[in-house]
Design a protein around this ligand. Sequence first.
Ligand code: CV1
Length: 253
Amino acid sequence: TGRGTTANLEEIVIGRCNDYIGLKNPAAGKKNCTLLWQTLKSVFASKDPCKITQDDYKPFLTMAEHDIPSGKSIFWSQTGELTRQYADIVKNVMPLESTLTGYMLNGLNWCGQRSSSELNYEVCPAWNECEENAAKSFWRSASVVYAKKASGEVKVVLNGSSQTRAFRTESIFGSIELGNLDTNRISSIQLWIMDNLSGSDKESCGVGSIAQLEIALKHKGFKFSCIDNYRPVQLIQCIWMPEHKSCNICPKN
Ligand code: CV1
């Protein structure tokens, strides 16, 4: 079992919603944050937390929908924290977590219980405990909506030091987002393969699972390019390891 519903979930979700539409992204337009919360809560309250489907979230996702500017879509796998930090700094990309739905729920836990209309603040299913758990179905469903909207030049940030593979067909990126990208809306796809500074360089552009992804993109008819250790993102990694040799602005030798 995993952690229970985040304490004060209602206040956090409604507060984040108002922060988002009022301050962070007024371009999202008018939304009724209280109604959004009620619609969200009705998806999982009074229900078995392992029987929440992707479809159950559709009314909530539709109500929260807003435009994503062309060229701002950025996908990630095993690089979530780094990608969010990059997005918060440069502000010219908008990952799912910087859209209204993702912003409202990022980092939170939530689930209900069949026996009561109270949310379960004690325990929720762990991510891999059951396929249709409240959180997993949300991120999958939100990822479909997000991927369908991508247009212009799209970015994908993958982990070149992954213990498994950088591109995993079973990940949300590999199994959901990739298949929902629209060739007619997207002009090109840029892959950024980021190695951990002190990790091993296991995979790179054109190598291993990245090569498989490149072939898949080609077959689908996308124009794409690939950059190893894209410097602006690497400089964020460097904040925690400024003395690392990859972080030297003027290498001495
Ligand atoms: N996405 Br807090 C997927 N999972 C998310 C997201 C999110 N936006 N936000 C959170 N999670 P992994 P992936 C949680 O690193 O390829 C979307 C989930 O608990 O293997 O499966 C994004 O748009 C999930 O288990 O990446 C992104 O492009 C874990 O973080 C893509 O789906 C991410 O697992 C990433 O999903």
